[in-house]
Design a protein around this ligand. Sequence first.
Ligand code: DSN
Length: 426
Amino acid sequence: MTRDTEIFDLIRRERERQTRGIELIASENYVSDQVMEAMGSVMTNKYAEGYPGKRYYGGCEIVDISENVARERLKKLFGAEYVNVQPHSGAQANMAVFMTCLQAGDTFMGLNLSHGGHLSHGSPVNFSGLMFHAIDYSLKEETGRVDYDELETKARAERPKLIVAGASAYSREWDYARIRKVADEIGAIFMVDMAHPAGLIAAGLLNNPLQYAHIVTSTTHKTLRGPRGGIILMGKDFANPWGKTTPKGEVKMMSALIDSAVFPGTQGGPLEHVIAAKAVAFGEALTPEFKVYQQQVKKNAAVLAQAFIDKGYKIISGGTDNHSMLVDLRTKYPDLTGKVAEKALVAADITTNKNMVPFDSRSAFQTSGLRFGTPAITTRGLKEDKMGWIVELIDTVLQDPENEQTITKVRETVNAEMVKYPLYAW
Ligand code: DSN
C-alpha cells in the first residue's frame, strides 16, 4: 500500500507543534510511549460488543483479559466496587448515567456552564439539555466558589432526580458531603464528573468523590494521562431506587443498569485498543512516580496562579486547589477579550483556551477569561521555578497582542527553552 504521506506529514507537524510549545490547556496532557503503543495496536481490529465473558463475537478471549485488567486496575486506583471502561468519552459516560437515572423530560441539576460547568451537564445545545429538564447552580460572585446555599435551596424547591457535581473550569475542592446530604434529603441520585481532577484524586491529593457520590464519571486523558476516553465508577453498587425490573421480573442493581445503558443503550462495539491503553495508563497511575507527578502538577498550578496574581491578574476564587485556574482578564486589561488573547498566545507557541468567567460581560465566543492548567507542562518536566517565567512571557504578549515583533521574540524564547524538554524519542 502506498504510504499516506498527506496524513503522516500532518501527524509529524502536529508532533512538532506539541513539542516546541508550552501547553497550558488544562484538559490536555501527553501520554507515555506505552499508552500510545497500546492505542495504535492490533486491538483496534477486534469487534467485542458485550462485556468480558458475554460477547456477541467470537475470538474475544484476549480482549476479555485486557478489559478485565483495565477494570481491576481502575477499581484499585479509586477504591471502586464497580467500573465500566467502555465509554468512548466523558460525554458518553455522562449520557449513559443520565439514561440510567432519568426519563426524557426529567429534571436534573448541574453547574452553570458559564460558571465553569460542562456542556454535558445541561447545556441547551447538548443532549443533556435537549432531552432532559436541566436546572443549574452557580458560583458566588464574591468568592468565585460554588454557591452551596443556592444549590440546596433550588434542589429543595425543584426536586431534581439527579444532581451533578464537577466542572471543566473550577479550581477549587468540592464539598461532596454537603451535596450528598441534600441529595439524600430529596431522594436524588448524586453523580460526580471528576474528569478534570481525576489524576489528583487517584494520587490522593484531593477528596475521593467515590466516598460520597452514588455514581462517578470521568475522562481518562486529562490529569489521569491516559488515552482519550471515558469511565464510570461506583464506590458501592446499590439497588436501583425506582425498582426497574427486567421482562423476567428481576430487579436490577445499578451496575447492571449502567452496563446496559453503555452497551447496548448508547454505544456499539467498545474500542478495545483504547481500553488496552486505559489499562496501561491505570497501571502507570498506580505507581509511586505518578503520585510524585501529581504533586508537581499541583505545586506548579499553585505557583503559576500566584505568579499571575503578583503580575496584577485576577484569578477566579483567588487561587487553585487543583491543576487549573481561570484568569479574569478584565482586571488588568479591560479591553482585551479571551479570543484575542488566545490567538496572540497561540502565535507565540503558548497554547491556552479562552473561557467565560462567572458573570461574564462578554459572549462565549469572545469571553473575558483564559483557562490555564499544568498537567501537560509538568509531564514535559517543567518545575515550579519556571512558572514565573511563563507568566512573564504571557504578560509580554498580552500587553501588546497585535505586535508581531513581540510575538516572534516570545515564540523564539519559548522554542529555545522547550527543546530542552524532549517529548517522544521517535
Ligand atoms: N473539553 C474539555 C475541557 O477542555 O475541559 C471538557 O470536556
